[in-house]
Design a binder for this molecule. Sequence first.
Ligand code: GLA
Length: 724
Amino acid sequence: MSIYYNSESCTFFLDGKNLTYAMKVSESGYLAHLYFGAPIAHDDLGSGRITGRDAIPTSMPGQDSPKYNYTHYLPELSFFGTGDFREPAIQIQNPLGDRLCDLLYRSHEILPKKPAITGMPSLDGGETLVIHLADLACGFGADLYYTVYDDASVITRRASFVNLSKEPKRLTRAYSFSLGLAGNDYDILSLYGGWSAERNLERTPLHHGVFSIDSKRGSSSSTLNPFMALLPEGTTEEHGNAYGVNLVYSSSFVLKAEGLPSGDTLLTGGVQDFDFCWKLDPGESFEAPEVVIAYSDKGIGGMSRAFHDAYRNHLIPKKAVRASRPIVINNWEATSFSFDLEKLKAIADGISGTGVDTFVLDDGWFSNHREDEYSGMGDWFPNDQKLGGSLKNIIDFVHARGMKFGIWFEPESCNEDSETYRTHPDYAIGHPDRPRCYSRHEFLMDLTRKEVREYIADAINGILRDYEIDYVKWDFNRSVTDMYSIGRDSERQAEFAHRYALGLYDLCDRIIGANPDVFFEGCASGGARFDPAMLFYFPQIWTSDNTDADARTRIQYGTSLAYPLSSMSCHVSSPHDGNPTATKTRADIAHLGATGYELDSSEFTDEDRATAKEHIIEYKKMEELVLLGDLYRLDDPFGSNFFSFLLVSKDKSRAHLTLYRKSYREPAETKRVRFCGLDPQKLYEIEGRETPLHGSTLMNRGLMLSLPAHDCATVTCHLTEIYQ
Ligand code: GLA
């Protein structure tokens, strides 16, 4: 049984893979957190009272006794106004104008199957605990959902807030969770970045007070990812405890870690509450997005593997998890907007026969005048003249060469200079009396309005119906500004950022749901919307517009903190900025994800084609490990001259290592690599070497690997179990 309730001690135990989560209903009815970490027995864990220095104690409402004090417990859902001074997860405004809230336990139930969230993506799952809290004085309820898994060391949580009164209320904060952690000797690990340099690692000590990361951009953004990990002092890549949180959400968010006066730590977060106010009419609910909380006693790497297992087993579209991904040639870096039918054919021809199986036509194929970023966006009809008479020409050409055909859309955007904007200027987000902000010369469509979503879905579904399209790259190239919708009255305008997310999910349902045979890849100026909610729709996401192999070692390393390699779209491109990185290096790094090509293959020589073919054969050998293997990060490119990823199959019968060295300095031609995650007893054949070695030798003594004598060099190593 994964969910257990002891009715005598009013304690809940949730036992998942390698973890236990425990909480209890205190004497006063407060839902108090007891424990989260490595599996423990169902012992009597006591009252759950925490000690430590606080300001002058404040009792809970109506209880003049130090026994009844909220700050003496770690919360499962913190609230404000009634004696708790820690960071609240919820704030309401009642009709009288007060903001008082006092949520106590009412009942609980265990559902046999995890219910989906209305209108929002979430992980699937089995048995789910729902705890009903309520503030009967003001008529407000909070339902907390908890699910644990036997195949991933995570717990998923979410909250649903309901107005039980007869008058409207306003939510000015509606986070997804509070999570107490014992002690405060933690470092916070987060992922910051920007365009072309997504998801860099930052590790910083937790202090007393609140540390927060967020987005106000209407997207999860490349500035800060909706991910945070708490690492007790001393936790390393493969040792020590690690606790990670990741929001299944694509719009403005916030995640906070608070060093409490009690000497403990509180994590909380969800929908960004700056610029947020949600009107909740009587009987209505507000669904907060899901948070995935990972635990590992195997360090940061173990935490990442927990997220990867959870996303592969319970989030990413099932049919894409085990299947070979398309190996694409994309024309963007080769041509930008400047192409004609002959050029496209030459690119397809140049790479045909190498193993590349999908040709993707990027930006510039639509409208009558999409020759640059200034015009045509939003006009989803083919530029027949540019395409030599019909879009069908290139589709048929590609299909005739045995390849699939993919196409680019940016469904959420329009240019001012477009038929769409001229016909429906009010469909763009903005205030009627103000000029709008431009970004990449675009406006965004007001996805909070149903008629706008219908308009976009009709246009795109029309193209997907009329042409034989196998693959779609769904791009999104700006942040949301001018958050005002003519579709809502004044008291609902501060709902905009969250409604944009709901509109986006609905649009995904309308387009992706309506085209089950088309493979959809996500993109947002590279990786500016790389979050679990997007993975619910898109099995893979274009990780960055930066395809330079050296930059990619850092981008892919950072992204792998939470997201599996199979979710990262990674292409072999031409060397950038005069950096003569070897083709082999570019291929080796691009193979650590859903690989493909993004270069001018019309210029390929026979030798280039043979090389690409050889590289794709190599990729196919490791593809299953990329899709389903356990990742061990052996070298960190942020802190060293090296980067290495080791992939190990679940049954430990196969492994693949890619080692990269940035700068060649004598005498760094060789490096000893100590493997991880192998079976010590198994004997492994090492490709290219005569002597097999046991897992124990490979993991303890290691293996000396030689790297080519130049900068940005790679070496790969394949291990296969020898059955004795
Ligand atoms: C974004 C994407 C690129 C490409 C261009 C086209 O920048 O990240 O891959 O599709 O848009 O405009």
